[in-house]
Design a protein around this ligand. Structure first.
Ligand SMILES: [Zn+2]
Length: 173
């Protein structure tokens, strides 16, 4: 078990497009396994590789709750190939923005194409909370943060809070 360090906003790696994974080798499998350890440790429901300082097109998610069994997904090089016209508001959080939660409007369902951890090409429709999660994480892989969906004024306020958070973090080390 290996819990990785999270990257907190603002950080350049969170704002750039991640690189495609060419070969799902042992290093990639270890990274994915460590990403799951990290996500579960911090009670997240999704995590993208740039959030652990790896600029790679990898995301993991598990939207099960305490009452459900684990339902982990690994998506490599994912792309959204279809989405509903219907939008839905949902309150989102992000492991790169501790304690910041706000509503974001996104398509109610999406269809994504991706490689699984064995390199098999998959196509899947994500609904409900999984649709929210997969869209939030795919955004991370193209350098878009959930703060892109709110007013610039609110974004500035959150940015200031995050700068303060990171400053206090450095002090406590
Ligand atoms: Zn996030």
């Amino acid at each position: 078990m290996s819990v990785l360090d999270l990257v907190f906003a603002p950080s350049a790696i969170l704002n750039k497009k991640a690189n495609n994974v060419i070969n799902i080798d042992k290093d990639i499998k270890t990274l994915v396994s460590n990403m799951f350890d990290t996500m579960y440790k911090y009670n997240g429901v999704g995590l993208a590789a740039p959030q652990v300082n790896e600029s790679l097109q990898i995301l993991i998610m598990d939207c099960s709750n305490k009452d459900n069994a684990y339902k982990p997904f690994t998506l490599i090089n994912p792309i959204i190939i279809d989405e509903s016209k219907n939008l839905k508001l949902y309150e989102e959080g992000c492991l790169s923005f501790p304690e910041q939660y706000f509503e974001v409007s996104r398509p109610e369902f999406v269809k994504a194409n991706y490689l699984d951890i064995d390199g098999k090409s998959k196509e899947k429709v994500f609904n409900g909370f999984e649709a929210v999660c997969v869209q939030h994480e795919i955004d991370h892989l193209i350098g878009i943060l959930f703060t892109s969906y709110i007013s610039s004024l609110r974004r500035q306020i959150i940015l200031k809070k995050m700068q303060k958070f990171k400053k206090n973090l450095n002090k406590s080390i």
